[in-house]
Design a protein around this ligand. Structure first.
Ligand SMILES: C[S@@+](CC[C@H](N)C(=O)[O-])C[C@H]1O[C@@H](n2cnc3c(N)ncnc32)[C@H](O)[C@@H]1O
Ligand code: SF4
Length: 337
């Protein structure tokens, strides 16, 4: 029997210091004892899932996200990964990512991650400008962030993402250290939320980031994500395709499995309309767009969007144009309302 591929997300909700802008589930000031207990419970949760329904399931991606997974001792990561391997038959080709903060990533940790089979490093660089980093309340400098990227390369990682943020109030977008881009394969560039700068400024900054990334060999494949050829994030691509399944473990993690979406706080079975809305909403975030086959009955809306040059049709798929990506929510509302 062919095994069914799922993606696995592990939530590590600990950080050295909570950033004022961040609304991810994450806590600072937790003791080693609390962290160890969390890791133990997480392993238990994974094993219990196995007892229920992991039979016939294999893992095509694993993502340690946060919070800051690099903040906790690597042996917790190893133990969790071993538990996943003991439960899910992790494919040899699986993409295994860990999210890291520049100041908690050491050469020793990187060597350990490599020995665990982790093959993708994601580093929260956020900005190349020290004043902006200070304004954001980050605990590292741009130089430390650059050093972390160099260290990841030196440790032998060939698939490296950096997170950047733009649209930060009272802070002109600064593109420094462009040489760093030569060392990375993927960039996630997010506008700071909630919106705190005028829309026109945010669009200007987004365009500037995109131009800089294009000039350095990156291709946009999702509203905030850019990759060199062959380095799109396999894990995130699963989230944007509502036909694919993922399992999240830990507090704040979400799952989609057996047509059910569930987390610590909610659980529901998707209706046909839910699947339609998700397909349009998630598909249009990507440069693959959404198949016209599911948009039967929306010809009038599509015509209007085409006239406004907010969408285009490529190989029987509806795709947002560059202009359309800036008003994605309005396009989605029009097509799903
Ligand atoms: C879970 S954090 C990543 C890892 C690590 N804890 C860090 O901060 O470097 C994921 C990313 O979300 C982005 N992020 C967090 N809060 C945000 C916000 N309010 N607006 C936009 N992006 C945000 C940051 O770029 C951050 O790197
Ligand atoms: S370090 Fe990362 S996860 Fe932690 S609070 Fe800051 S942005 Fe959020």
């Amino acid at each position: 029997m062919e095994k069914r591929a799922v993606s696995i997300y592990i939530h590590i909700p600990f950080c050295e210091k909570k950033c004022p802008y961040c609304d991810f589930v994450s806590f600072d000031n937790k003791s080693e004892r609390e962290i160890a207990l969390y890791a133990e419970n997480l392993c238990q949760e994974i094993k219990e899932f196995n007892a229920e329904s992991a039979d016939g399931v294999c893992a095509s991606t694993v993502f340690f996200g946060g919070g800051t997974p690099s903040f906790i001792a690597p042996y917790h990561i190893k133990r969790i990964l071993d538990t996943i391997r003991g439960t899910f038959n992790v494919l040899p080709s699986a993409e295994i990512t860990i999210e890291c903060n520049p100041n908690s990533l050491t050469d020793k940790k990187l060597a350990e991650y490599k020995s665990f089979g982790i093959n993708r490093i994601s580093i929260g660089v956020q900005s190349f400008d020290n004043d902006t980093l200070k304004k954001l309340g980050r605990t590292h400098t741009a130089e430390q962030a650059a050093a972390a990227v160099h260290a990841a390369r030196k440790a032998g990682f060939t698939n490296i993402n950096i997170d950047l943020m733009h649209s930060i109030p009272n802070s002109a977008l600064t593109i420094r250290h462009p040489e760093l881009l030569n060392l990375v394969t993927h960039v996630s560039a997010y506008a700071l939320t909630p919106d705190q700068v005028p829309e026109a400024q945010s669009i200007r900054e987004q365009k500037l980031v995109e131009k800089m990334l294009r000039a350095n060999g990156f291709k946009k494949y999702e509203v905030s994500n850019f990759a060199r050829p062959g380095y799109e994030c396999e894990h995130n691509k699963v989230y944007w395709d509502p036909t694919r399944e993922y399992l999240g473990f830990g507090t704040g993690a979400h799952s989609l499995f057996n047509n059910k979406r569930f987390s610590d706080t909610e659980s529901y079975e998707r209706t046909e309309n839910d699947i339609f809305v998700e397909t349009v909403m998630l598909g249009l975030r990507t440069t693959r767009g959404v198949s016209l086959d599911i948009l039967n009955g929306k010809q009038k809306q599509i015509e209007e969007l085409l006239k406004l040059k907010l969408v285009k049709i490529t190989k029987n798929r509806l795709v947002a144009t560059q202009k359309g990506f800036f008003v994605l929510n309005a396009i989605i509302r029009k097509l799903t309302g």
